[in-house]
Write a protein that binds this ligand. Structure first.
Ligand SMILES: Cc1ncc(COP(=O)(O)O)c(C=O)c1O
Length: 398
């Protein structure tokens, strides 16, 4: 099979929900991807914040191989070893007391929405089930997720959405306070809005939300699906803010490339959940859990997360210098750790194509943000290479 056969086959057989560039990725190694025609790309997308350890990490591969040879799936009717191993690590290294396993970010988010409403409805005298979410947020593509996503483009054509959801302005505590009623059970927030254009919450805002939740008996829910697991230069995003949520969702990087989603809960939320309230056939899949345990162990190795923070500062510093050089093309640089966005005056998609022509893969976050999401194992020189190429693109024009 050749590149054109695959592209033709994709157009013929696969539902056209994605627009893809005209090459076919075949293998990866470290921070590089290779297409069917032998071209090599420096990867600053990481499979959308999944491949934190790059491609072909030896330990992850070994863990997957060993577990796949032993046991791949039995369903949640039975106990298995890897689920407990990864759950213990998640609990011991976070605010949480319990975890629920599923298979993706949107599933983890759906589970959290159900847990919030169950907690609100069953632990209070009056029904307490309204949710406050934020404008410009992103939480996935299933119904609960799009209903709590504050971007109309994801709703269009799919109405009616889930009822009982109010939207406040991100980083504006007063807008949240004005929406809270005795029926509100939870506030749902991304510590850094990623898909929405890389907007970090301020410490003051998140501390204010924590205070409001405590005062008005509501749960604080953090979506760390994209920015958890080391991406910001701390194991969890909330650790940068000196407050803790009541529920946190994870997915993406945790599985080392295999599908996994997790909702982490405080005991008070877990107390409201009974056997049978929620389930997933593939949840806690032994192979995905074995991979996740290895990923966590590697993130927790001394110096790893510090390295992410330092490299992240370097990336953002270099992008800021580029902005000073090309203020007419880059109007702002935003980011934290190894997620960075350059706001461009021309469509971000034009830059994507220009990077690709120079064998570098980057992503967008909305129409005017070029998003940089390298594997967390990226070296400083590769960051310099990507920024130098951006400089060249800006000099030559798109
Ligand atoms: C913050 C956030 N939440 C939820 C999701 C949905 O995750 P998934 O695509 O695994 O369903 C994403 C995916 O980009 C995300 O960035």
């Amino acid at each position: 099979m050749k590149t054109e056969d695959i592209i033709k086959g994709e157009a013929q057989y696969i539902l056209q929900t994605y627009g893809r560039p005209e090459f076919v990725l075949e293998r990866g190694n470290g921070v590089y991807l290779f297409d069917m025609d032998g071209n090599r790309y420096l990867d600053f997308v990481s499979g959308l914040a999944v491949n934190a350890l790059g491609y072909g990490d030896y330990e992850v591969l070994k863990a997957i191989e060993a577990q796949a040879a032993k046991l791949m799936h039995v369903s949640n009717l039975y106990h298995t070893i890897p689920s407990v191993q990864v759950a213990q690590r998640l609990v011991e290294h976070s605010f949480a007391d319990r975890v629920f396993f599923c298979n993706s970010g949107t599933e983890a988010w759906e589970a959290s929405l159900k847990f919030c409403r169950k907690w609100g409805n069953t632990t209070h005298d009056q029904p307490k089930n309204r949710l406050i979410a934020f404008e410009n947020s992103f939480h996935g593509r299933t119904y609960g997720s799009i209903s709590t996503t504050g971007q109309p483009k994801y709703h269009k054509g799919f109405e009616p959405l889930l009822p009982g959801i109010d939207f406040a302005q991100f980083n504006d505590l007063a807008s949240v306070e004005s929406l809270v009623t005795d029926q509100t059970c939870a506030i749902l927030v991304e510590p850094v809005q990623a898909e929405g254009g890389i907007h970090a919450a301020t410490g003051e805002f998140l501390a204010g939300l924590r205070h409001l939740c405590d005062e008005r008996e509501m749960l604080l829910v953090f979506d760390e699906i994209q920015v958890g697991c080391g991406r910001l230069g701390s194991l969890w995003a909330y650790q940068q803010y000196e407050i803790e949520p009541d529920i946190m969702t994870l997915a993406k990087a945790l599985g080392g490339g295999l599908p996994i989603g997790v909702a982490l809960l405080r005991q008070k939320v877990a107390d409201a959940i009974e056997a049978g309230d929620h389930a997933a056939t593939f949840g806690a899949n032994p192979v995905a859990c074995a991979a996740a345990t290895t990923v966590l162990d590697k993130l927790l190795e001394p110096g790893f997360i510090d390295g992410v923070r330092e490299k992240g500062e370097h990336l953002i510093d270099r992008l800021q210098k580029l902005q000073q050089r090309w203020p007419e093309h880059i109007t702002e640089v935003r980011g934290k750790g190894l997620i960075a966005g350059a706001v461009t005056s021309q469509p971000a998609a034009d830059y994507l194509a220009a990077f690709r022509q120079r064998d570098i893969l980057v992503a967008t976050a909305g129409a005017d943000v070029v998003r940089f999401l390298p594997p967390l194992v990226v070296e400083r020189d590769r960051i310099d290479e990507a920024v130098d190429v951006f400089d060249e693109i800006l000099r030559q024009g798109v």
